[in-house]
Design a protein around this ligand. Structure first.
Ligand code: HEC
Ligand code: HEC
Length: 350
């Protein structure tokens, strides 16, 4: 099943994501002797206490990194940077057939997660959000289609996840009813929720590479920048090597469906070895790599709101991933690539 959407997540990535959590959290479980009375996790509190610090951190994370409104809103891609249609932020979105690339009979809908009591999340609990973000379980118990990036959001620290929920639930209500996601039985059967996560500690901000890995994980660069095989699984050994095709009306013409391939972010000469910190920060801030504009489906509209320090940490991490030789160029005519078995600019050169 090849999915081509605002972010295509390989179903086989479940296991990978599960491993990356334990490596991010360092598996540090307190021994019984040390934790006679463990403090109740903030995520078990109902409601999670609304504090100004959480609201501010949640705003930073949502508007800069984890991009909830990017999928959960009708979007205006004609504008640069792209933005939610006025009054629709968080109000849900029905994805087009072209964008999803799924067989007939499947319709994926990002739910209305605004606080509207009738059509949104107004009556859901904070713990419903925790389960959706960490396990991929909807408020009604269904397993969520993994376009919702729960494989990645699982890695959010308890405190960051609490902040994201506090901010998300503070947004204005959008009084629009959305249909439910409709999936055929074979796809439904292939979906598994993730196991619960006990506790994810704060990332170590002093280790720039490790912190950058944390930011890149929850910002789900992998969801778009790793190419997929015919079944929609990540191609082994091509982590962040680009070439995944994203199909949609990414602008400037709202009626025109275009295909954009993600690019190679590894430190290979065919990737971004020529970038330095400044080129990286500038490209993300302006949505242009020197004079070459980046398509609006690349969430630079969000990432541009990150601090220089956080962008530099992401870049430091990207420098440490395995270099993969894979040429991808959206300014060239798409041609078959035997390496990722897709069709993208410079495919014939691989
Ligand atoms: C790449 C797209 C995408 C992003 C980014 C995204 N979501 Fe989702 N989300 C979806 C889709 C699609 C669904 C519906 C899946 C289904 O119905 O099977 C969903 C479902 C959910 C649900 C479950 C709703 C229900 O009906 O129970 C919640 C809660 C949710 N998302 C919250 C969030 C939050 C909070 C964020 C940001 C941290 C976020 N989402 C980011 C695509 C996305
Ligand atoms: C929703 C899909 C999506 C996500 C998520 C995403 N990207 Fe991208 N990115 C793209 C696409 C598509 C392009 C190519 C755009 C174009 O050529 O117009 C791109 C291009 C880039 C480029 C330009 C590379 C070059 O050689 O010019 C950089 C840098 C980049 N992305 C970094 C990131 C980082 C870092 C993350 C995670 C924090 C990320 N992207 C997450 C889709 C995505």
């Amino acid at each position: 099943m090849q999915t081509r959407n605002r972010i295509s997540v390989a179903i086989a990535a479940v296991l990978l994501a599960a491993t990356s959590i334990s490596s991010l959290s360092g598996c540090q479980k307190a021994s019984p002797a040390q934790s006679s009375a463990p403090a109740k996790s903030i995520l078990e509190m109902e409601p999670i206490p609304r504090t100004p610090e959480r609201l501010a951190r949640g705003k930073y994370l949502v508007e800069g990194l984890v991009q909830c409104p990017f999928c959960h809103s009708d979007y205006d891609f004609t504008h640069r940077p792209a933005r939610p249609v006025d009054g629709r932020k968080g109000g849900g979105h029905v994805f087009s057939k072209e964008e999803m690339g799924l067989p007939d009979g499947n319709v994926v809908v990002a739910s209305n997660i605004s606080p509207d009591p009738d059509y949104g999340a107004g009556k859901w609990k904070d713990t419903d959000f925790v389960r959706a973000l960490r396990q991929g379980i909807g408020h009604d118990g269904r397993t969520l289609y993994p376009m919702m990036p729960y494989y990645y959001f699982r890695s959010l620290s308890d405190e960051d996840l609490a902040s994201v929920i506090v901010y998300e639930r503070s947004l204005a209500s959008v009084h629009i009813e959305r249909p439910k996601t409709l999936l055929t039985e074979d796809i439904k059967k292939s979906l598994q929720p993730m196991p619960p996560v006990d506790h994810v500690p704060e990332p170590n901000r002093l280790d720039r590479v490790e912190y950058g890995k944390y930011l890149a994980t929850v910002g789900h660069c992998d969801g778009c920048h790793t190419p997929l095989d015919e079944k929609g699984n990540s191609i082994p050994d091509m982590y962040l090597a680009g070439g995944q095709l994203l199909v949609g009306a990414w602008g400037p013409d709202p009626e025109k469906t275009v295909t954009v391939a993600s690019l190679n972010l590894t430190p290979d000469p065919s990737g971004i070895s020529y970038f330095d910190e400044n080129i990286f920060v500038n490209s993300i801030r302006t949505g242009s790599v020197n004079a070459r504009p980046l398509a609006n489906i690349m969430p630079w509209a969000y990432f541009r709101n990150l601090t220089d320090d956080d962008l530099k940490a992401i870049f430091a991490y990207l420098r440490t991933v395995k270099p993969v030789k894979h040429r991808v160029d959206n300014t060239e005519t798409p041609r078959y690539c035997k390496q990722c078995r897709g069709k993208h600019g410079f495919g014939e050169r691989n």
